[in-house]
Design a protein around this ligand. Sequence first.
Ligand SMILES: Nc1ncnc2c1ncn2[C@@H]1O[C@H](COP(=O)(O)OP(=O)(O)O)[C@@H](O)[C@H]1O
Ligand SMILES: [Mg+2]
Length: 407
Amino acid sequence: MSAPEERELLLVGVGFMGRPYAAAAKRLGLRVRAIEAHDWAGAIEHLVDAVEPSQGRYGALDELWAETVHAAVEKSLPTGIFGFTESHVLGAAMAQDRFGLPGPSLQAAVISRNKALQRGRFRVQGIGQPEYRLTDDLAAAAEWAAARLPVIVKPLSSAGSDGVELVADTESFERAAVRRAAERPLLVEKALDGPEYSWEALVRDGEVWFSNLTAKETTGPPHFVEVTHRTVPPLSEPDAQRVAALGREVLAAIGMRTGIVHLEFRLTQSGPAVMEVAVRTPGDYLMELCSLTYGIDWFEMVVRLTTGMELPPAPRSPVRYAASHFVISDPGQVVAVDGLEEVLGHPAVEDAAFKVAVGDIVPRTSSSLQRTGYAVLAADSPEEREEAIAFVRRTLSVKTVPVASEE
Ligand SMILES: Nc1ncnc2c1ncn2[C@@H]1O[C@H](COP(=O)(O)OP(=O)(O)O)[C@@H](O)[C@H]1O
Ligand SMILES: [Mg+2]
């Protein structure tokens, strides 16, 4: 093997959910070099050919991830670079741009990282979205908000609904302004009504190669933590066309070139309205759901796109109906976790686990991080999928008892 000619993928971030990228790249005969957070580097060593430890942290310190990327590409130029999650896309995109490698584009990566930049760009492009106000003084936005209640307050660069809050009336807005006075800048948006979806697209040179629609259920107000995702939800033909048009418009608006896009929107009375867009791996097992639904490995498709490899023929239709479901528990101390074995034994269930154990303290759920368990499933029909989700809902259980110190 002549090392310099070997084709190589530089994977920026692997963590746990990114492991299938490494596996797919190895299967495709690529060398895999990973950039990984110091704490995680040891855990992924056996999955890749080399690891470059980074000071970056998941969800934060993009600049430190980028620093490690700069150093890694100076050392040797890979065939392709892929930024796994939100905090990795900037560093990856800078190197892709500098060396002319496939990627979402620097523009798309920057916009992906900042919800206010998304709002500003979408406004100019006439893309459906809520009215919004960017502010570095929440109290000063009170009058604007009062005329549009209920509103959503959210940070510009976070994820998993962390810091996202519905404010229903003027008193609550005043309280939020006091509580969040140190936090700036913030986005205030008119709260939109309508079912929520995400659109996952594999994109090559700005064109959609393949896309999927997922229906999303959340806990609802005030924090909208994601509970259930279902691929291939029923949709009228006009709505399907609106969604396809929205996808194309958003790709053009952010300057998307090559990779994966995760777009979240609500179907409102006046058409689709964007919640946010990201040019990185979607969470909540959506990659797994897409793979189960279409019988192709979405991780492998992303590796192919990233390293300029050919793609197989695009799937024609779903082969299964997939879902992921998350357990939300009352705050308190965990006294029992039940039903995992039964759930794993269900023919539709692909994977399930608890995130907590007896004795753990569960805080009130305000972001995805506080969910206590999950199941991934796939069935031959939408009806069987509903039965399987219902089974998981009533079987997978985390019992808690209130503790005195809790909030
Ligand atoms: N303007 C809005 N109107 C209605 N719901 C919203 C709005 N903005 C956010 N949400 C709800 O909050 C959730 C999280 O907000 P989002 O902007 O996607 O942040 P995150 O990056 O944390 O996922 C959304 O999935 C949606 O349910
Ligand atoms: Mg979101």
